[in-house]
Write a protein that binds this ligand. Sequence first.
Ligand SMILES: [Zn+2]
Length: 204
Amino acid sequence: MKNRQWIRGNHEIGRKVLINGGWNISAQDPAWNVWGREMISEPIQNVSFGEAKQFAACYRTPYAVFMANSFGYNARLLGFDGIRFDTVIPSYECNSLVHDCGWRDDDGNLWPSFSVFSAREAWKRLYRIFHGGVTPDGCIQTPNAAGPLMAVHSFSDHHEIGEGYYMHAKTLKDGFPSDMIRANMTGQQYGFRAEVSIKGGPMF
Ligand SMILES: [Zn+2]
């Protein structure tokens, strides 16, 4: 109720509200025991932080639909306008042959893969949810710490650079290293624009 009122208050003064989107699959959710394990990457990767206990997800599982539709469900329930994700594209590698992930080299060794087009389908679904499906004119925001993937990022409205450098650096030079920020994160060579969220840190 409190969240709904806060969101409504923002709408009344003309603001849109984006929630901060987490990623991967919580082992603390009751649904974990039912079908959490069907959606995680293999081998299992523990990506817990703080109090959150969670495992890396694979987009080539029902997770792609579950994740997007869960945000849609909650947007309908609470009335928010979009999501500001953490860096979720690309996600973690997976070598599950059950998912049709992974591949074998000539010597029979199993290697992991990341399904770009499974992530694309998830982002297409998210885009539809926040542009007509649930919210008429919403916003999907994706930080981009790992380079643009245009097949996926074409379906988000706003992009920002990864926060890892400028939140900890003491100088502009250290905070925005050209080889990472200009050459990798912004992807201007593809016409991909990314901005700084000015989230915090010693320089701001
Ligand atoms: Zn997989």
